[in-house]
Write a protein that binds this ligand. Structure first.
Ligand SMILES: Cc1cc2nc3c(=O)[nH]c(=O)nc-3n(C[C@H](O)[C@H](O)[C@H](O)COP(=O)(O)OP(=O)(O)OC[C@H]3O[C@@H](n4cnc5c(N)ncnc54)[C@H](O)[C@@H]3O)c2cc1C
Length: 648
């Protein structure tokens, strides 16, 4: 492998940009349905739209074959209550999953109804979802007849409201059998299969193209979305996409509050390419956004802490028994399969563990006792769960190369010895465009799927909502005519995108990113006040007016990074505006206002929305159950849907 150092040593300078640069070129693409982001949701949206016989174009910033958080894999297919081994009713499960306020009832209902169908379709396309080679015979949760492998996650359920995490009995499961709603899958097979199916169905894929803006009818903010712009992050070529409907599937934003390229190789857990572009585009185009004020402490993958999944006790190690430094078992997981799904010890057990550390009953550090597990369970966790989940495979393979053998060695756990992340390192996740029962945003022609939706779920949620949004967008595209693109809107966007290319000096994308992150840390952190938030808006405005005009880039890749910064900036502005609009604290939103200390007062039990109208921020609100009766509304709008589970 050639290292950066080798280039400098050999030529005395960094390597030349390896692709031809065409900032002056422009390509126009005409399509019926445009998919923005080729991750899990985007690929599924493209496939289901293409199955409806319309022309589909998918645009992806990386390479669709492995891009996005789900590109490397997935081991838990969550919330599939319609699977044949499930012991719960899908509609009741959907209700249960949306018990915490500020959930997304529409996305969750779709997931619970269609997740199993989605997985079966994945199998038809060539993805592996069963233990067909009998590698895990004897493992808990494995069903010999179907060869499905139920995961230990959510086998028993608790209330999700903080402080009320008590076991819950569902009407559809009165005897309290294991719920069996999460399936272990061989997710590393999925993404290549999705790309192949897109190609087979004739989806036009544009890899390495960053979408930068939505085009609206007559260029008016709030009008119907009729296309998008982008540029190739290798050649710099400008792209104009004309569409009848678009699906926004660019996921969230994991680096708004923290900039760290050195320690973590830029890993903030989710994909590096998810930088709030979709939220920023939707915001500028005039879509209403909600739950933007929610943000939490960034616990994962900052590089200042152990790599998430690098230590026993993290998510997919959920059924690995934890022992103390003397080999004494801890109540974590609670000594068995049934509570393993809770991932972390219950609050009562956590208290016992902390007291035990203080009294000397438990000695630090703790370890995952792989050798103490039955052989087949150990293999299922190490090879199937960690091996298939995602970038986790890099971890298990590196450990093995370094001599680690789970049959012989304990794996260290980092809880209690590394401390928490500082409160100002936050996730910007949680918010997104308001959607209706078609997963349509408040803008005609714009649909939303996956982690781009507010209060989203994970991989299977992204798959099911992508599949759903794709078919709804295709239906819409068959009902509407084409609209003329506004040339002025394109010209303005082009000027915005290429301004940094024309400068040869100034500040680069890393400095800009660091400045934006610092402003967010100072003014939109754990404790908020009107004054601080307004200072935050001023700081971002100053960055926009003084520093953005100094941004310069050397090549199309850095241009992408620079334009991502502009998305971060707009995303930060939307978040601060939403934070100003919520004049109450909220535990569920992880939102603390010093000037409004009442926690979740009844008159603030509502969604706050923010949107741009004539370039001014407009604040609105919606009831917490604005989607109405989830079962009835889902069924009313999906009479033509032929899935395995169609309700009772
Ligand atoms: C290590 C790890 C393990 C995980 N394990 C599981 C698991 O076992 N089970 C589970 O359910 N979930 C899991 N998840 C979460 C799961 O991967 C995500 O929920 C899922 O990938 C979300 O899908 P998405 O399509 O919304 O986003 P992504 O899959 O991240 O896709 C978003 C795509 O949009 C593209 N994009 C972004 N901006 C632009 C732009 N401007 N223009 C064009 N393209 C753009 C990105 O490149 C990316 O490909 C895991 C995540 C990680 C990181």
């Amino acid at each position: 492998m050639t290292r950066w150092h080798d280039f400098i040593e050999k030529d005395g300078r960094p390597p030349a940009w390896p692709y031809p640069i065409h900032y002056d070129k422009e390509q126009e693409i005409d399509t019926d349905v445009l998919i923005i982001g080729g991750g899990i949701a985007g690929c599924w949206a493209a496939i289901s739209a293409a199955r409806k016989g319309v022309r589909v174009t998918l645009v992806e910033k990386g390479d669709t074959v492995r891009s996005g958080a789900g590109g490397p894999g997935c081991d838990h297919w969550c919330n599939a209550p319609a699977n044949p081994l499930s012991n719960v009713d899908p509609d009741e499960w959907a209700q249960h999953m949306t018990e915490p306020p500020y959930s997304n009832g529409i996305g969750t209902q779709i997931q619970c109804r269609e997740d199993w169908d989605t997985l079966l379709e994945m199998e038809q396309m060539g993805g592996k979802i069963r233990d067909t080679k009998d590698e895990y015979v004897g493992a808990k949760g494995r069903d010999e007849k179907t060869k499905l492998m139920i995961s230990p996650r959510y086998t028993k359920v608790h209330s999700y409201i903080p402080g009320m995490q008590k076991p819950v009995t569902l009407k559809s499961n009165p005897e309290g059998k294991l719920n069996n709603v999460v399936i272990r899958v061989w997710g590393s097979t999925f993404k290549p299969v999705l790309k192949r199916e897109c190609k087979r169905l004739g989806v036009k894929i544009f890899d390495r193209v960053m979408v930068t803006s939505l085009l609206t009818e007559k260029g008016v903010q709030g009008a119907r979305v009729i296309g998008a712009t982008g540029f190739n992050n290798r050649t710099g070529e400008f792209m104009v996409f004309k569409s009848k409907a678009a699906v926004l599937a660019t996921a969230g934003d994991w680096s708004l509050f923290l900039m760290n390229t050195e320690l973590a190789g830029y890993n903030f857990f989710r994909s590096r390419t998810t930088t709030g572009d979709g939220a920023a585009m939707a915001w500028r185009a005039g879509a209403a956004l909600t739950v933007m004020e929610r943000n939490g402490v960034l616990m994962l993958g900052t590089g200042f802490k152990h790599t998430w999944y690098g230590g026993a006790g993290d998510a997919s190690y959920e059924n690995v028994p934890i022992v103390d430094a003397n080999g004494k078992r801890l109540p974590w997981p609670t000594q068995g399969w049934e509570d393993a799904g809770a991932m972390r010890p219950t609050p009562e057990n956590m208290e016992k563990i902390i007291k035990g550390i203080q009294s000397g009953e438990y000695a630090l550090p703790f370890y995952g006792d792989f050798p103490g597990m039955p052989e087949v369970e150990r293999r299922a966790t190490w090879k199937l769960m960690l091996g298939e989940e995602s970038t986790t495979r890099n971890i298990t393979e590196s450990y093995e190369k370094g001599g680690f053998d789970p049959a012989k060695h304990l794996l260290q756990n980092y809880s209690f010895i590394e401390g928490n992340s500082p409160a100002q390192w936050r996730t910007a996740g949680g918010g997104g465009p308001v959607v209706d029962w078609d997963l349509k945003s408040t803008l005609d022609g714009l649909y939303v799927a996956g982690e781009q939706t507010f209060s989203a779920g994970d991989h299977s949620y992204a798959a099911a909502t992508g599949r759903y949004a794709g078919r709804k967008a295709a239906d819409y595209s068959q009902q509407v005519g084409k609209a003329e693109i506004s040339k002025d809107q394109v010209t303005l966007e082009k000027a915005r995108i290429y301004a940094p290319v024309r400068r040869t000096d100034g500040i680069d994308w890393k400095e800009l990113h660091a400045g934006i992150a610092r402003a967010m840390q100072y003014f939109c952190s754990e404790y908020k006040t009107e004054h601080l938030l307004k200072m935050g808006l001023d700081a971002l405005k100053e960055i926009e007016e003084v520093f953005v005009p100094r941004l310069y880039v050397l090549d199309p890749h850095k241009l992408m990074r620079g334009i991502e910064d502009l998305s971060l900036l707009a995303h930060g502005q939307a978040i601060i505006n939403a934070s100003l609009a919520r004049k109450a604290s909220s535990r569920m939103l992880n939102f603390l206002r010093i000037d409004y200390p009442k926690v979740d007062p009844p008159d603030w039990h509502k969604f706050v929305t923010v949107q741009m109208e004539n370039n001014k921020v407009k604040v609105g609100e919606m009831p917490l159950d604005y989607w109405g009766d989830m079962k009835a509304n889902y069924e009313a709008r999906n009479k033509d849907y032929a899935g395995v589970y169609q309700g009772k």
